[in-house]
Each structure stands twice: as structure tokens, then as C-alpha cells.
Design a protein around this ligand. Structure first.
Ligand SMILES: [Zn+2]
Length: 295
């Protein structure tokens, strides 16, 4: 009887603690046209709701509707950096929000400024703010008058992992990564004891992703350049052996390779053998709309 009582008391608590979480790739491509892929974009589904977006490059808004994601369910957008192939469909998303029941605050996080890029707060103001925004007619999403308010947050450039968002069982951690001269951030989305980590575009020089992605369920790594890349390509992106070395140290349960480009498409076998030299776990190549449930 005592046991039954305990079971009945504990079961609701256990159920409360368990969330379903899944990664959906919206865009598995890079900036090229011709790869037949949307540019970089991902959803983290939490309990069946499209809660968190990571990047939103060109073509992502079409994929967003194809997978039945809802703007009204979104709480947070995480921008890994401000290149076009990671941000171009943000205005489309904000305009589309008008035709939905989306309301409250939609938080958008991204990197700090340098000589090449504005801060994330300046970037959003330059897009939408009254008087100076390119799409100033959407300025009511910044000034408090529209139902849905876009609230921009700039993450300081730091090689220490910081928690940028916390709401109930959801927390989001961020750290700077090296993407040539462009300020860039990698993110880890934690939901209860499950997590998905996003490298964004980076070349591995800061050695910060290894720690951020430690024992994560899924590491999404960008496969923008092939084996043997040098010069600008290798200054901006991880070669497959670097992805393998990072995965070996971070020890994720799975690696998903995305941001696939014409120079890496068709070289999957070679890429896989490079990664597997260091990391023996599961490696999958992402396509648009690929869906990975965290078990
Ligand atoms: Zn990119």
C-alpha cells in the first residue's frame, strides 16, 4: 500500500520532468543557389511546439511553413552570426507574424559588433526601427505597439560559456567561436537533462565548442568545406578532421552535419571517414526538413 502511494505521488512529478525534444533542420545549405537547399536554419521542438529557432537564412520561411511550425509558439531566435545565409528571412518571419495570433515578446539573441558587423541590437534596429530601418514600416514590432514585440539581445564576445536565457526547464548557453573576422556564437539548448548544440559557422580556433557541447545529445556541426581546405575557407570553417577532433573531445551522442555546400556535397564518404578517424559515434548528413528526436 505504501509503495502504491509513493508511485501515485511520484508519477506526476516524473511526468512533469520529462520533455520531448527534437531537432528539425529547416535549411541544410549555405549561401549558394544551386544546392537545392534553404540556407542555415533549425527548430528545436519542445513538447511538440516550435519554441526555438536557430538562424533563419534564405528559404527558411518556406520550410518553416512546410513543417507546420507556428510563429505563435516561438519564444526565442538564436543567431549564430549575422551573415545573409543565417538571417535573410527574419523580415519575412516578422511580417508573417502580423497574420497570426503571435503576441508577447520574441527574444532574438546574437553576437556583438566589431569593425565588420553591427551588434545584434543595432542589426535589428537597422532593419526595423522607425526612421532608420530598411523596413521601418515594421517598427511597431520594436516600439511596444504591435501584439508581437521583437526584443534583441547582444551577447558579449566571450570565450567563457554564459547562460543567456532561462525559462523553467529551458536554458540556453552561448560562447564565442572563431569564424574568420566575423563575430560568431555557438549555442547549447538545454531542456531538462536533454540538449542540442549548434556550432554555427566556425573553424575551431577558439577551442570553445568542445566544452559547450560536452556530452550533448546532438551536435549540429557545419560541413561547409571539404578535406584539405586551406586559406580563407579554412579560416572561416571547420574541415572534416576538425569536426572529428571536436566531437572526440565533446563526446556527443550524435553528430548532424549541415550547412552543406556544393564543395562538400558528393564528398560525404570522404568527410565521414575523416570525422570517424577521431569520433566513432553516429554521424548523419542533414537535409532540409530532417527531423531528429532526442531520446
Ligand atoms: Zn554560413
Amino acid at each position: 500500500m505504501k509503495k502504491l502511494f509513493l508511485l501515485l505521488t511520484l508519477t506526476p512529478l516524473l511526468l512533469l520532468a520529462q520533455h520531448t525534444i527534437a531537432l528539425q533542420v529547416l535549411g541544410s545549405g549555405g549561401p549558394e543557389m544551386g544546392d537545392k537547399r534553404a540556407s542555415s536554419a533549425y527548430i528545436v521542438w519542445i513538447d511538440g511546439k516550435s519554441k526555438i529557432l536557430i538562424d533563419f537564412g534564405g528559404g527558411a520561411s518556406l520550410r518553416f511553413e512546410e513543417v507546420d511550425a507556428k510563429i505563435s509558439e516561438l519564444d526565442v531566435i538564436l543567431l549564430t552570426h549575422l551573415h545573409v545565409d543565417h538571417t535573410a528571412d527574419i523580415p519575412a518571419l516578422l511580417k508573417a507574424a502580423f497574420f497570426t495570433r503571435a503576441s508577447g515578446k520574441l527574444h532574438i539573441y546574437g553576437p556583438d559588433e566589431n569593425n565588420f558587423m553591427p551588434s545584434t541590437e543595432d542589426f535589428i534596429e537597422r532593419l526595423f526601427e522607425d526612421d532608420k530601418g530598411a523596413w521601418q514600416y515594421l517598427g511597431d514590432h520594436l516600439d511596444g505597439s504591435a501584439r508581437l514585440q521583437l526584443k534583441a539581445h547582444t551577447i558579449d564576445d566571450t570565450r567563457k560559456i554564459v547562460t543567456v536565457y532561462k525559462q523553467g526547464d529551458i536554458s540556453i548557453q552561448a560562447v564565442s567561436v572563431h569564424h574568420g573576422p566575423i563575430p560568431a556564437v555557438a549555442y547549447r539548448v538545454n531542456v531538462g537533462n536533454k540538449s542540442i548544440t549548434f556550432s554555427g559557422d566556425m573553424n575551431g580556433d577558439y577551442h570553445t565548442l568542445e566544452t559547450l557541447a560536452k556530452d550533448t545529445d546532438i551536435l549540429v556541426a557545419h560541413n561547409a568545406v571539404p578535406k584539405g581546405s586551406t586559406g580563407v575557407a579554412a579560416a572561416l570553417h571547420m574541415t572534416p578532421d576538425i569536426i572529428g577532433q571536436i566531437a572526440q573531445k565533446a563526446h556527443p551522442k550524435r553528430v548532424v552535419l549541415s550547412h552543406r555546400m556544393l564543395r562538400t556535397l558528393g564528398r560525404e564518404k570522404e568527410t565521414l571517414s575523416e570525422v570517424h578517424k577521431y569520433y566513432k559515434g553516429s554521424v548523419k548528413f542533414a537535409n532540409d526538413k530532417s527531423y531528429y528526436k532526442v531520446k
